[in-house]
Design a protein around this ligand. Sequence first.
Ligand code: NAD
Ligand code: LMR
Length: 310
Amino acid sequence: MAETLKVVVTGAAGQIAYSLLFSVAKGDVFGKDQNCCKSCPLFLLDIVATDDPMVAFKDADAAFMVGAMPRREGMERKDLLKANVKIFKAQGQAMDQVSKKNVKVIVVGNPANTNACILSKYAPSIPKANFTCMTRLDQNRAQAQIAAKLGVGNDQVSNVIIWGNHSSTQFPDVAHASVTIQGKTVPVPEAVKDDSYLKNEFIKTVQQRGAAVIKARKLSSAMSAAKAACDHMRDWFCGTGDKWVSMGVISDGSYGIREGLMYSYPVRIQDKTWSIVQGLTINEFAREKMDATAAELSEELDAAMAECEA
Ligand code: NAD
Ligand code: LMR
């Protein structure tokens, strides 16, 4: 039996957590020989329900930061900044004092990238690499679009990248992706054979998918978001092997992105440590899109800092 993990799920009474808690509890994320404390039965030893961050984050090994207001129809995710950013300031301050220094954190609550940045800023004793935000939902959506277009299963499509913000400026990029069709692996652009689709409709569909879900459901995505959060944390704990996954991580300046932004990059994960995939060729089309989403993140971060300091 592996060691016992303490897993925190904030917003545990909300719609995403309704699906997330069950998956964590049944071993989909940390493995079936892993005990968890702070979540329900199955692989759980104990559950603690609390609204005190000093209790919730005490000795945490992993944290799913879901608790935040969701957007409604007609809003952009950054419109949630004012309502949500202070939640992450307070939770960062608590984590700084009581969580393990190797706690692994995924921020799901929107605007996810900027909230993750704020969380990290207010928890300076915890390495910045331990704070990430979720763009796996966008990656899963992008993979699904390509798979549907080519009539293959989602798992036949790999190395789709989401660059930047989890927002309508994100850049879903298939220039380096591949697909396996009838046993043969080929680059996605070669298989799709429709550059205009990949540069227009495909990108827009993925960028707008969250809004389309809200329009249809009058509520934002829930089960798919929970699934993506599980995918993200499972890969972080268990590794990615040869494939890449997209995660919002703190920028070290890679690919010319401002250092300190929480920017979604392709990463590989080994021994619970992520590293940005380096050396990819960036053409002019990609450069423009990567810079546009970085510019939005810069603005969001400046606005969030002003809000926190007000
Ligand atoms: P929800 O309203 O159903 O649940 C949110 C829960 O958070 C509520 O139970 C609320 O009481 C709780 N909460 C509010 N303030 C809190 C605080 N200070 N501390 C702890 N809990 C608090 O919302 P949801 O549909 O579960 O969505 C949660 C967040 O996730 C939203 O911000 C949504 O926009 C975001 N989201 C992100 C992604 C992504 O891909 N990054 C995907 C889907 C949703
Ligand atoms: C999503 O992408 O489904 C979530 O971020 C919810 C939203 O506001 O779009």
